[in-house]
Design a protein. Structure first.
Length: 439
């Protein structure tokens, strides 16, 4: 998955959150000492702040703000208006919060709500309008950046402001992470923001949404790097799987095991990583997962474990010549060069003077020839094999080879007319120490 194809994956991850507009943080009220001298203004103010129905409160508050646009209690009324709209109208919530920020530039609740709603709208726009999604996330990120830089108002106690920031700052870093992914296309920046979010979130809070969602997305983001970071991907995917709702566990575990196996070669040891990831948010600095053997490792091992290289199946020989170290490839080539061999496989291309054949399963799947047989004598048109047909009685003499691209060239080829002699079956998978001899 080298291309940037995160949106569908992340959209499914976000379902876990179940987030709604009313999940805005509870921020402590400021203790303004207010005196309203005009009785009419005071009565209008009382009508606005004493309403228990949100829609009525919004209506009376808007009337007050229109009638008394420069009132000393404007900030207080706007604050209540934001709360009222937050229960039933996103667009008006953003509008009221924006007006509140004009008179109280460090109001964390207003910034949180604007960023929250725009992020939510961006998620809704992801499938149908990616450009709109990017713009909404840019807007949310701009507010989040201001929120992270917000300073304590004079009338708020230090400990109260600290509590407010402990609620809003993790969310603001989450917003910046999603903006980095979907708008800025900067995966490393997204990873940094997600990690900061998790670092400043209480460990128990990382086990539930929304931090649990972002743990999952962080793991997925590590898989999208070039090259991917499978160890960190497995850790965060496994941690998300540990605490996800039961219906999501199999989906997430499938992702985690895929990347573990892709790196390690099997799922042996995965359960240990999964258990450890449940205990801490971040992996140990010295966490390692043994990488799987490379094609070169496998090919060299076959050479080392095979006393008689002539007993190797045709596909094994091709695999070694293509993947082994130069020394081991030359060791095999010294034995097979100028030797006659049958070349059974699928015809990829054919002319009167040359037949190209896919012998191994990988070559057949890719529809690419890994053997080229140059014929001793031209074929009649009627004898040229059809592309896609299976040929079993083609023979030739090993002449040359290349490792990249993997290709073995044979000379003096011919299609035998008689029943071909019994031959070794080509391997269809990567050779191993336990499976390298002829069938």
């Amino acid at each position: 998955m080298k291309k940037f194809i995160l949106a569908p994956v992340f959209a499914s991850a976000l379902v876990l959150a179940g987030a709604s507009l009313v999940s805005a943080p509870t921020l402590l009220a400021q203790s303004d000492q207010i005196t309203i001298k005009d009785p009419a203004e005071f009565n209008s103010y009382q009508n606005a702040i004493t309403q228990t129905d949100a829609r009525a409160k919004a209506s009376f508050s808007e009337t007050f703000l229109t009638t008394y646009p420069n009132s000393v209690v404007k900030k207080s009324v706007l604050d209540g208006l934001v709360d009222a709209y937050a229960t039933f109208d996103q667009a008006k919530t953003v509008d009221a919060a924006t007006r509140l920020l004009q008179v109280d530039s460090n109001n964390l609740k207003a910034m949180y709500l604007v960023a929250f709603i725009k992020k939510q709208q961006a998620n809704q726009a992801a499938a149908s309008n990616p450009s709109q999604q990017a713009q909404l996330l840019d807007d949310a990120a701009a507010i989040a950046t201001k929120g992270l830089a917000a300073t304590k108002p004079a009338d708020v106690k230090d400990e109260d402001f600290k509590k407010q920031k402990s609620t809003t700052d993790p969310f603001f870093h989450s917003v910046l992470a999603y903006d980095a992914i979907f708008s800025k296309k900067d995966l490393k920046a997204a990873i940094a923001e997600f990690r900061t979010e998790l670092e400043i979130t209480a460990p128990e809070a990382t086990k539930v949404a929304p931090a649990l969602n972002d743990t999952l997305v962080l793991g997925q983001t590590y898989t999208q790097l070039t090259p991917p970071d499978p160890i960190k991907a497995v850790w965060f995917l496994s941690r998300a799987q540990n605490f996800a709702p039961d219906n999501y566990k199999p989906i997430i575990e499938k992702q985690a095991k895929y990347w573990y196996k892709r790196h390690h070669g099997s799922t042996d040891g995965y359960d240990d990583i999964k258990a450890k990831s449940a205990l801490t948010v971040f992996p140990p600095e010295d966490l390692t997962i043994k990488p799987a053997d490379t094609p070169t490792d496998i090919a060299n091992k076959v050479v080392a474990d095979t006393p008689d290289l002539t007993t190797l199946a045709l596909g094994d020989k091709e695999y070694i010549l293509a993947n082994a170290s130069k020394e081991n490839a030359e060791k095999l080539w010294a034995i097979v060069k100028d030797q006659l061999s049958e070349v059974p496989g699928t015809v990829i291309a054919a002319t009167a003077s040359q037949i190209q054949v896919a012998v191994t399963d990988d070559a057949k799947a890719d529809k690419k020839a890994d053997f080229t047989v140059n014929l001793k004598a031209p074929l009649a048109d009627k004898d040229i094999p059809a592309v896609g047909s299976e040929i079993k009685n083609l023979i030739g003499t090993y002449d040359s080879y290349t490792q990249n691209p993997a290709q073995i060239i044979l000379r003096d080829g011919e299609i035998q007319k008689d029943e071909p002699a019994k031959k070794k079956a080509p391997v269809t998978h990567k050779p191993s120490a336990a499976h390298h001899k002829a069938a």
